[in-house]
Ligand binder design. Structure first.
Ligand SMILES: C[S@@+](CC[C@H](N)C(=O)[O-])C[C@H]1O[C@@H](n2cnc3c(N)ncnc32)[C@H](O)[C@@H]1O
Length: 284
């Protein structure tokens, strides 16, 4: 792996970002299950298929896909983060599936076996490339002829209350950093559906279908858990970290956030709006 390629995101996911993802693994797996299901419905796996799970994180979707493709199928789960992959590997025994293998690598450059896979899948793992056309082209070459890519990614921040609400609260107490530029990697780098389609077509994909999908996002069982989660994940955390906020300011943010979350209480916990793109594209 070259030192400069995806250096910022590699450092983030191998550093504090990755460790945080591991700490919140249980909550994330519960909160993100509906998003994974939406992408899996678009992917429609069959028994016996060879599937790649890109940016597999702690392996939740990899294990589920392995169950769907059955013992004659296989999932190769790839991630750039060593701490996250290490956590995924600890789960293999308990998940009782034999047909998953985890591999450390950058999906933009990893030497995948050519024309070997029926499908490439991702739940929020494909927005972090410096050169997305090169990355998607690299993944496409791993697909068999007629193989498919299916993934879910975020729409822009303004369509996602789970980001805009905590950011507004943080902005009442701290300066907000400038949002990343349109060509920079990050969770919202494919918010613009036209850009997303252009990237996939330039990477050689055909029959690109981008569907808008609103999925309720349970960010915590109650206001305390939700505020802690929202202050530790995503752009609100980025703003708090960048400003190096002191404990008093964090307490003020937490109190205001808990108050702002009150209207979103449901029997399922604190549920915020989340808007995503569910995407399919083919190697034809
Ligand atoms: C938002 S998390 C999603 C994790 C998992 N798919 C899930 O839904 O729980 C993004 C994941 O993508 C991984 N990632 C980021 N850039 C990557 C790259 N260039 N190649 C492979 N994985 C990458 C991160 O390490 C992280 O595990």
């Amino acid at each position: 792996m070259s030192d400069t390629l995806n250096a910022g995101m590699r450092e983030f996911w191998n550093g504090e970002g990755g460790h945080r993802w591991v700490r919140f693994q249980h909550q994330l797996d519960q909160s993100l299950v509906g998003f994974g299901q939406a992408a899996m419905e678009a992917a429609t796996f069959s028994t016996g298929e060879q599937v790649m799970d890109i940016g597999c994180g702690c392996g939740d979707t990899s294990f589920e896909i392995a169950r769907q493709v059955g013992p004659n199928g296989h999932v190769k789960a790839v991630d750039i983060s060593e701490p996250i992959l290490a956590q995924a590997i600890t789960r293999v025994g308990a998940e009782e599936v034999q047909n998953v293998s985890f591999e450390h690598g950058d999906a933009q450059t990893h030497r995948f076996e050519a024309t070997a896979f029926d499908a490439v899948f991702s739940r929020f793992g494909i927005m972090f490339f410096d050169d997305p056309v090169a990355a998607f082209s690299n993944m496409r070459k791993a697909l068999k002829h007629d193989g498919r890519m299916a993934f879910i990614c975020w729409q822009p921040v303004k369509a996602n209350t789970w980001v805009s609400l905590p950011l507004t609260v943080v902005g009442n107490h701290l300066p907000l950093p400038l949002p990343p530029g349109p060509e920079e990697p990050g969770p919202f780098s494919f918010g613009d559906a036209d850009k997303l389609e252009r990237v996939l077509v330039e990477a050689g994909f055909s029959d690109v279908l981008i569907k808008s999908c609103d999925t309720p996002f349970t960010v915590g069982a109650d206001d305390n858990e939700a505020a802690a989660f929202l202050m530790q994940m995503g752009p609100a955390n980025g703003a708090i970290s960048e400003a190096d906020a002191d404990e008093t300011t964090k307490s003020l943010i937490s109190a205001e956030l808990r108050e702002a979350l009150m209207p979103y209480r449901t029997e399922q916990g604190i549920v915020l709006d989340a808007a995503t793109w569910v995407v399919t594209a083919y190697n034809r």
